[in-house]
Design a protein around this ligand. Structure first.
Ligand code: F6P
Length: 554
């Protein structure tokens, strides 16, 4: 496969971008009354309005040419049909099979994996029903009231984000807690909030070798045994979610209490597997299956819809357009939905761990700019913090705005206020305010003369800043499933064009390797000299501070 910059459509897009630099969105909207209809799509209960971007029909045509030259359709089929597209790890990529609600066979190495998938879902149903109905009892015979998920990365971010997003569906007598950080404060504070007699720990780790998770799990296990006065309590209070039966058993969790998943599920794509157990416990298996169904609907759309009507294809190409042709360094995500507060953090792993690569499948350095920096916050809060930079800063930050048509918790007309804020922001970013408009406004407010001249440049908004808006009826489990799958496939589309492996994560290894040596160096009080001067200095400063309390380093 040629480097993406060598595709003929890439070159055409470069030329086209030069033309587009001269055209404003104000003009494009004024010129075409049907711009919204032309540049909006719907699937899986999600409306995607991408009209407030610097694009024309020609732009989209060229994106589709590029997708064709990159053989995107073949790549999509290769993923869904279980080919080992994660070549550096020699694995298939089949999170889509986890939510294959049609139950049609999916083969890995000649074996249909659907019976395994459905088998684990059935076990999850039995277990979650028992806990939710109060039949699963703790070591003193009390029902479970608190669930503590111990995991990190994909074994944490998905469970946290989805559990939080589906709060209106929670079982009223259950509470969920999440511990990911190896900083013991998080575990200690969590343990202070729960009762050992009524707490269920879920140790979630694909590999079951991740030190942060295992250290935290051991702290929780010791705490439980200390409180209960016997190891026998562990069996009623610990379950595991993993691909590694041996390590789970070595930790002291029985195979019976392990929920399996498989190496063809990437960590950051694992929320659809038993990694979703905390979600299923909190919202019940019926809602969890609705969540899977929403994702399945988006999968079918992605696999079968024509590229020009295909939400993930359009979103992927749009993001690539900003990233590679307008040199946008980051992509912001603004949910106008409090329940999606952790969605930006979830997308950070999904996008940045997937597409933060600089080497193509052919082992060559990519000549294209790959994954952008993803960041974001609930939009309403962002408006009063960093939106200034979006409106008047020197950088262009393409942003996704997400909003529900209906609130999960309606109060008076407050949801309309939220919606008005969301739509006003995208309108303001697109339209801006010209010098003439700003001047007229100042004069209307009685500002004249020198003060007007001084103020005027500060009151101008350049506008022409790209935003994309996603609207859904209500953040129910089905819609949330479709939304996450939409972003997953968007990431896939970009990876396919860049010809990078979106499913490995070798970049996290080096830091892990170096941690062991530094941990040993930190264990005693000796002066350390074996690293670069900065690393030596930092280790020695910590030792000095912990020895002497405070004061100068040395
Ligand atoms: O270090 C990165 C990573 O491997 C992620 O890809 C993964 O989601 C996370 O660590 C946790 O891994 P595990 O589920 O194996 O504990």
């Amino acid at each position: 496969m040629p480097d993406c910059s060598r595709f003929p459509a890439w070159k055409k897009l470069k030329e086209h971008q030069k033309d587009m630099q001269r055209i404003s969105m104000r003009y494009l909207f004024a010129e075409d009354a049907n711009r919204f209809e032309r540049f909006s799509l719907q699937a899986g209960g999600i409306l995607l309005d991408y009209s407030k971007n610097r694009i024309t029909a020609l732009t989209v045509r060229l994106w589709l040419e590029l997708a064709k030259e990159a053989r995107l359709s073949d790549a999509i089929e290769a993923m869904f049909s279980g080919q080992k597209i994660n070549r550096t790890e020699d694995r298939a990529v089949l999170h889509t099979a986890l939510r294959n609600r049609d139950h049609t066979p999916v083969f890995v190495d000649g074996r249909d994996i659907m019976p395994d998938v459905d088998g684990v879902l059935a076990r999850m149903r039995t277990f979650t029903d028992e806990v939710r109905n109060g039949n699963w009892l703790g070591y003193t015979g009390k029902r479970i009231t608190d669930i503590v998920n111990i995991g990190i990365g994909g074994s944490d971010l998905g469970p946290v984000m989805v559990t939080q997003a589906l709060k209106p569906y929670w079982h009223r007598d259950l509470r969920a807690h999440f511990v990911s950080n190896v900083d013991p404060s998080q575990m200690i504070d969590t343990l202070a909030e729960v009762d050992p007699e009524t707490t269920l720990f879920i140790v979630a780790s694909k590999t079951f070798t991740t030190p942060e998770t295992l250290l935290n799990a051991h702290v929780a296990r010791r705490w439980l045994i200390d409180q209960a006065g016997s190891e026998a309590a562990v069996v009623r209070h610990f379950v595991a979610v993993s691909t590694n039966t041996e390590k789970v058993q070595a930790f002291g969790i029985d195979k019976e209490h392990m929920f399996e998943f498989w190496d063809w599920v990437g960590g950051r794509y694992s929320i659809w597997s038993a990694v979703g157990l905390p979600v299923a416990l909190m919202v019940g298996m019926d809602h969890f299956e609705d969540f899977l169904s929403g994702a399945h609907a988006m999968d079918q759309h992605f696999r079968t819809a024509s590229p020009e009507r295909n939400l993930p294809v359009i979103m992927g190409m749009l993001s690539l357009w900003h990233n590679d042709f307008w040199n946008a360094e980051s992509q912001a995500i603004f949910p106008y939905d409090q329940y999606l507060a952790r969605f930006p953090a979830y997308l950070q792993q999904l996008e940045m761990e997937s597409n933060g690569k600089s080497v193509t499948f052919d082992g060559k350095t990519s000549r294209c700019q790959t994954g952008p920096v993803i960041w974001g916050e609930p939009g309403g809060n962002g408006q009063h913090a960093f939106f200034q930079l979006l409106h008047q800063g020197t950088r262009t930050v393409p942003a996704d705005f997400l909003i529900a048509a209906e609130s999960q918790r309606p109060v008076d007309r407050q949801h309309e206020v939220l919606q008005a804020n969301c739509f006003a922001q995208t309108k303001a970013l697109m339209l801006g305010k010209t010098r003439d408009e700003a001047k007229a406004e100042l004069m209307r407010n009685g500002v004249t003369g020198k003060r007007l001249e001084m103020l005027l440049p500060h009151k101008v908004f350049p506008g022409n800043r790209p935003t994309t808006t996603l609207v859904y009826r209500k953040l129910d489990p089905y819609t949330l499933g479709a939304l996450i799958a939409l972003y997953e496939h968007k990431v896939f589309v970009q990876g396919a064009v860049w010809n990078i492996n979106s499913f490995d994560q070798w970049g996290v290894e080096l830091g892990k390797q170096l941690t062991g040596g530094i941990e040993t160096d930190l264990a005693d009080d000796k002066q350390i000299t074996g690293h670069d001067s900065s690393t030596n200095g930092l280790i020695n400063a910590c030792k000095h501070l912990r020895r002497n309390g405070n004061g100068a380093t040395g």
